[in-house]
Design a binder for this molecule. Structure first.
Ligand code: CP
Length: 324
């Protein structure tokens, strides 16, 4: 298994939250809070990435993650390369690794990678030069570590200590890297109760998250929770022979409406990683309500990505210093 932590103890790659020490995650969250104070500023908050080049390689669609990694890197004074994969030589048959080696020859320091296949960020991290870092920006249905961090940060900012909280994740959890990373982050912070709510075919196998309660009826799933996270149906990850549920029928059974939200605590927050399908997994009235923190999640995402970039830059600086 890939070592995300370098022998000198510094974070080099961020591929998954699995196996990370809680102390390191707390350090990343503290750093994120520091950058959050300047998240609205146009000017870089500091020059932690001055002299570094970040390449964003998104082999799968993205709005939030891609834009926030780019802004985060620029606000730390990095040079940023956004490879347009649709006009890159990958469509002429070049492999991902040859693309990586080509860009590495242009002195990229940090690769930010999203891919539809499990294992791609890991494979790239195993293959790059020793001074290069890789950050997972979303990997199939497996892992989305910076999303897990921004979700944890958002919950902490509203609710404080995670350990007393009841959290319901509703919808297509089986196909969701967001749910997996959020669940891992919440477990690391000893969440009081984690509920997976959805039809049986949308829930992961019980052995993957043995501590999560599994509820197939939304009102019961929402009962008394502090945090509600709604997820879209990830049609692009269904097997060819699987039936995709009808949106209207799904909304009737599992859509998050204002009426249903009344089963949660009155001060419950509503989260969604985006992109939202209003009228399928969430009603517009709820998405735009005072309980919704969906746009705050986006703001927090920039700060989290600044924190992660600044953290791995420390590894690169230490490596450069050891060479000189
Ligand atoms: N939450 C998330 O990963 O959104 P994007 O697909 O827009 O990056």
């Amino acid at each position: 298994m890939l070592e995300q932590i370098a022998p000198n103890g510094l974070l080099r790659h961020l591929i998954t939250l699995d196996g990370l020490e809680r102390a390191l995650v707390e350090q990343l969250l503290a750093r994120s809070r520091y950058y959050l104070a300047g998240a609205d500023a146009r000017a870089p908050r500091d020059a932690s990435l001055h002299g570094f080049t970040v390449a964003n390689l998104f082999f799968e669609a993205s709005t939030r993650t891609r834009a926030s990694f780019e802004l985060a890197a620029k606000r730390l004074d990095a040079e940023v390369l956004n490879l347009d994969v649709n006009t890159s030589s990958r469509i002429k048959g070049e492999s991902i690794l040859d693309t990586i080696y080509t860009l590495e020859a242009m002195h990229i320091d940090i690769f930010v990678v999203r891919d539809a296949s499990t294992g791609v960020p890991d494979m790239i991290a195993e293959s790059v030069a020793p001074h290069v870092c890789v950050l997972n920006a979303g990997e199939s249905n497996t892992s989305h570590p910076t999303q897990g961090l921004l979700d944890l940060l958002t919950i902490q900012l509203h609710k404080g200590d995670i350990s007393g909280l009841r959290v319901a994740i509703i919808g297509d959890i089986r196909h969701s890297r967001v749910a997996r990373s959020a669940a891992r982050a919440l477990e690391l912070f000893e969440v009081g109760e984690l509920r997976f709510v959805g039809p049986q075919e949308f829930l992961p196998d019980a052995e993957e998250f043995p501590q999560a309660a599994r509820v197939h009826e939304i009102d019961a799933g929402l009962d008394g929770v502090d945090v509600v996270m709604a997820l879209r149906i990830q049609k692009e990850r269904f097997d060819e022979d699987s039936e995709i549920p009808d949106g209207e029928e799904y909304f009737r059974r599992f859509g998050l409406t204002g009426q249903r939200l009344k089963h949660a605590r009155p001060d419950a927050i509503v989260m969604h990683p985006g992109p939202m399908n209003r009228g399928t997994e969430i009603d517009s009235d709820v998405a735009d309500s005072a309980q919704s923190v969906i746009r705050e999640q986006v703001t927090n995402g920039v700060a989290v990505r600044m924190a992660v970039l600044a953290q791995v830059a420390e590894y690169i600086r230490a490596w450069r210093s050891a060479q000189s």
